[in-house]
Unconditional design. Structure first.
Length: 306
């Protein structure tokens, strides 16, 4: 997808919770959102700024962006020419599977305490992983080599960048039990009834708390309002439907948007790509060319010098 100098290439695995994107943005600004996945990004050119966990951050070349599942963040260019970056989204269940037999790994999924990791070797690991996922191999190695690189890359990222096991939502652990309980019930309702026209009274009823207590608890635990989360739940459902071939207009109606234009506007603001382009990538598995190679990242991925 190329519009007025901004472009996006998207790849999605047909059989694993694994996606990869490469994009160049000059004007596009991401609305505050989070992903169900772990997300690892690296900026190729320029710089991008974003807010995450109550603080402002800037990512430039050589830095890794590491988001835990449900880490709310936004994003925009920090330089006039814009920025080019690539990012890989890995499902938590796949991370758990990959790390399950890593010697010495403590129980629980990893937690990245800082969304910016200053490690140029890891940045090259993310770059190479993205390339391997999105570029058709010339030697026909295919899925086996991608699986091996994914395992090595995730192991390197966790060993060098993670601070320890976590629940998958670093924010929740820092809030009181009552707020977590209220927010959890609201999230369950929003996940199950995302297409319904729910009101504040519906959320209060399911928790037994006041409307204002519900808002405060949800904001504290998940870093966004219930209405923002409902929109996000609708967009996540839309992604699933689009990935299986759903037409954008029908998907928009099914998940609760007024029409296709509303779906397109919000989908682009959250994910940087239109619903039609995402559907095309999911069905056709577009593989953009992204050359990459580096001796230090080889050592990290392979465990020893060749």
């Amino acid at each position: 997808m190329d519009v007025d100098g901004e472009w996006v290439s998207y790849w999605r695995s047909a059989d694993q919770p694994l996606e990869a994107m490469r994009a160049h943005f000059q004007r596009h600004a991401y609305h505050r959102h989070s992903h169900e996945t772990y997300s690892f990004g690296v900026t190729e050119q320029g710089a991008q700024s974003f807010r995450c966990r109550g603080a402002a951050h800037t990512s430039t070349t050589g830095m890794v962006m590491a988001f835990n599942p449900d880490d709310p963040h936004d994003g925009r260019t920090a330089t006039d020419p814009g920025f080019t970056y690539r990012i890989v989204h890995v499902g938590a269940e796949l991370v758990a599977d990959v790390l399950g037999d890593v010697a010495g790994r403590p129980a629980g999924l990893p937690l990245f305490a800082d969304p910016i990791v200053h490690d140029r070797a890891l940045a090259r690991v993310v770059w190479r992983l993205h390339t391997e996922l999105t570029e058709a191999p010339a030697d026909g190695a295919g899925a086996l080599r991608r699986d091996e690189l994914l395992s090595a890359a995730l192991t390197a990222l966790v060993r060098r960048g993670a601070t320890g096991p976590g629940s998958g939502n670093g924010t929740a652990a820092r809030n009181g039990a009552s707020a977590v309980r209220i927010a959890g019930r609201v999230r369950t309702l929003l996940d199950e009834a995302y297409a319904d026209d729910l009101g504040a009274d519906d959320l209060a009823a399911v928790t037994g708390a006041s409307r204002y207590a519900v808002y405060r608890a949800f904001q504290a635990v998940y870093g966004m309002s219930p209405s923002d989360y409902q929109r996000q739940a609708r967009l996540r459902a839309a992604r699933r439907m689009l990935a299986t071939g759903g037409a954008p207009a029908r998907v928009a109606a099914a998940v609760g948007f007024a029409d296709q234009s509303h779906l397109t506007r919000w989908f682009s603001r959250y994910y940087g790509i239109t619903p039609g382009a995402y559907r095309h990538a999911a069905l056709d598995h577009v593989r953009p060319s992204c050359p990459m190679g580096d001796r230090e990242s080889d050592i990290l991925l392979n465990g020893s010098e060749q």
